[in-house]
Design a protein around this ligand. Structure first.
Ligand code: ADP
Length: 243
């Protein structure tokens, strides 16, 4: 089943001589449970594409469907509802609320998606446990390391049980050990059947995908089907300990 579809997706910034075709005619189908990695040089349109696919931004042309429903031409309220219930986002710079504790950050998405406070809290604690932060649930982001913050952000992205998780350079700000932790989390999500679309410079992350798409100048220039790695095998290959 296709959960994410784009047709003729186009996004331009500026006009006249300053026109930039950030995304220029992208067609994409992502099946349920599939992990797709998008790589390409800086400025080729990866973030813009992710924002269009997840309903954070509107295309200049073309169509996006999430779970069979168009999201490019719907009103702001319906789009906001779709974002709250159907998708989760993980960003390079975490985007946590600094004044909220880890558990409050995670439960917020579930509350916004309509869960009861009790159910939202239970799920948030469970997710923080799954990402290895059971002993940090009442810490503010400032008291956490970069890797721990990103694990909170991943738990947050999962708290509304999204159909699709989008990640934009999720390891871009992390050291090698924290990158491996995040890599293993994505691998586990993949194995659990979570649909994932990941923009990354990191070939270790990309190697865990089912499909690797290379982008250049706003368009897809190559698409490779991978066997879908396991972190352990990949880690061994790259000389990392299986942690
Ligand atoms: P990537 O994620 O691959 O680095 P981006 O999607 O961030 O690429 O950017 C693609 C192109 O669109 C770049 O040329 C960038 O300068 C331009 N761009 C992105 N966002 C904006 C914006 N808000 N206004 C104007 N130009 C933008």
């Amino acid at each position: 089943m296709t959960v994410l579809r784009a047709r003729g997706l186009y996004k331009a910034y500026g006009k006249g001589d300053g026109l930039v075709r950030a995304v220029d005619g992208v067609d994409l189908d992502v099946g349920a449970g599939e992990t797709v990695a998008v790589m390409g040089p800086s400025g080729c349109g990866k973030s813009t594409l992710l924002h269009l696919l997840g309903g954070l931004d509107r295309p200049s042309g073309g169509a996006v469907e999430v779970n069979g429903r168009r999201i490019d031409d719907i009103g702001e309220n319906r789009l906001a509802r779709m974002r709250r219930t159907d998708v989760g986002f993980v960003f390079q710079s975490f985007h946590l609320m600094e004044e909220l504790t880890a558990v409050e950050n995670v439960e917020l998405s579930a509350l916004l998606a309509g869960r009861s406070p009790r159910a939202a809290r239970r799920r948030a604690l469970d997710l923080l446990d799954q990402v290895g932060l059971a002993d940090r649930v009442r810490f503010l982001p400032a008291a956490l390391s970069g890797g721990q913050r990103q694990r909170v952000a991943i738990a947050r992205a999962l708290s509304n049980e999204p159909l699709i998780v989008f990640a934009d350079e999720p390891t871009g700000n992390l050291d090698s050990a924290a990158t491996m932790d995040v890599l293993q989390l994505f691998d586990r999500l993949h194995e659990a059947g979570q649909t994932l679309v990941i923009v990354t410079h990191d070939s270790r992350i990309a190697a865990t995908a089912d499909r690797l798409i290379t982008m250049r100048d706003g368009a897809f220039v190559d698409e490779t089907r991978l066997s879908g790695g396991t972190t352990g095998r990949l880690g061994a290959l790259l000389g990392f300990e299986d942690r």
